[in-house]
Design a protein around this ligand. Structure first.
Ligand code: UD1
Ligand code: UDP
Length: 372
């Protein structure tokens, strides 16, 4: 097989975490040369990940603007991509998941008539506004992709039901591969010294666009009520830097002595802190996949999830964002030992940490099947 140039495009924190193990695997794969293009849709949160995994980038579009809208973000990404595809010829473009970087990256690759591989393919809620705009981003990428790397049999089945049956591979999620790196790294963080002896803590994150405003307020109220009722409970909440969220969190949660608000944590710290947490409260996608590996129950701050495998496995529960339901969900896990035990089985339906290797081997076979 001739040497193939594989352009790997990503731009946000979760994409970086999940693409990093794949870039590492590509670096040591015979016949494949990875070329990393970061859009920097996120800046600081992306750089945290690049530093930890020591990823060398060939192109950095540096497009992040404070409070960027979906319109300006998409336009800036597409303009940046034009330069990337004019500069050089690639044999394959890899994008990840459901961000605007991923969607525009796939669109630009299509304009350049280069095959697209979609990592973390086939997740669906089939509700175009939940999550927004991620559900449509991944459906559009699925339409244009030539190779679909589905994390689970269920996501592969979604693709097959949409008639995308060629080149669908079930590989597991590369996010689980990333945890092998992070959990082996040393951990020390100042937050540890702020926690009281014998307290239990909840790790919380919340950033989704559809949860801005009232839903977020409902959750914050629930968290405050739980803290008030249960003196042994603390919360660690690394707050996403989006100005909309920063303002909401400052208004509702600042100044509570058992609610520890922090900057976004380095992924190593986040994973170690998750490992020490009692339970996880989140609307994040990636965290729903990671926590089950550590046997941590996850209360999902959404009405539906594109990761139903976790619901079936019993490690995730959707509590939505209505204050009473969120409070009830948390309190059940704090007080009902059997409910806690049944959700805290360390079992992960999202992969066994070998996804990157499986994806690389599928790519090699893909090129071979095309005559190399
Ligand atoms: C994006 C993705 C979302 C993903 C999330 C992961 C889209 C439309 N959304 O949402 O799917 O779940 O990332 O976190 O692709 N900011 C900083 N520093 C950073 C990162 C962000 O200051 O390192 C601030 C900026 O003001 C930026 C804002 O956050 O404008 C929003 O970032 P953006 O990527 O547009 O949206 P997210 O909500 O992060
Ligand atoms: N994460 C992190 N630091 C934080 C919060 C999250 O490193 O302060 C990691 C988390 O472990 C997971 C990823 O970021 O790997 C999830 O990103 P996010 O929740 O922003 O996006 P989503 O997965 O919802 O798209």
């Amino acid at each position: 097989m001739n040497q193939k140039n594989v352009l790997v495009i990503f731009g946000t924190r979760p994409e970086a975490i999940k693409m990093a193990p794949l870039v590492k695997e590509l670096e040591s794969a015979p016949g494949l040369t990875p070329i990393v293009c970061v859009t920097a849709q996120h800046r600081a949160m992306l750089d945290q990940v690049l530093r930890f995994f020591e990823i060398q980038t060939q192109t950095d579009l540096n497009i992040m603007k404070e409070g960027q809208s979906l319109y300006s973000l998409s336009a800036d990404l597409l303009k940046g991509m034009e330069k990337v595809f004019q500069a050089r010829k690639y044999d394959l473009v890899l994008v990840h998941g459901d961000t605007t970087t991923a969607f525009i990256g796939a669109l630009a690759a299509y304009y350049a008539k280069i095959p697209v591989g979609h990592v973390e393919a086939g997740l669906r809620t089939y509700d175009k506004y939940a999550p927004f705009p991620e559900e449509m981003n991944r459906e559009w990428i699925g339409r244009v992709a030539d190779m679909h790397f589905a994390p689970t049999a269920l996501s592969a089945a979604n693709l097959k039901a949409e008639n995308r049956s060629a080149h669908v591979y079930v590989t597991g999620n590369t996010g689980i591969d990333a945890m092998k790196w992070t959990l082996q790294a040393p951990f020390e963080h100042p937050i540890q010294s702020k926690l009281r002896k014998n307290s239990r803590f909840i790790l919380m994150t919340m950033h989704r666009r559809e949860n801005w405003g009232e839903p977020m307020k409902g959750v914050f109220e629930a968290v405050k009520r739980v803290i008030q009722k249960h003196p042994d409970i603390e919360v660690i909440y690394p707050v996403h830097p989006n100005p909309v969220l920063q303002e909401a969190v400052a208004q509702e949660l600042e100044g509570h002595e058992r609610i520890h608000l922090t900057e976004p944590l380095d992924v190593v710290d986040l994973h170690h802190i998750m490992q020490r947490s009692y339970l996880v409260l989140t609307d994040s996608g990636g965290i729903q996949e990671e926590a089950p590996s550590l046997g941590k129950p996850v209360l999902v701050l959404r009405d539906k999830t594109e990761r139903p495998e976790g619901l079936t496995a019993g490690t995730l529960k959707c509590v939505g964002t209505k204050g009473e339901a969120v409070q009830a969900g948390i309190e059940q896990l704090l007080t009902d030992k059997e409910a806690y035990r049944s959700m805290s089985k360390a079992h992960n339906p999202f992969g066994d940490g070998t996804a990157s290797r499986q994806i690389v081997s599928a790519i090699q076979q893909f090129f071979q099947s095309q005559g190399g």
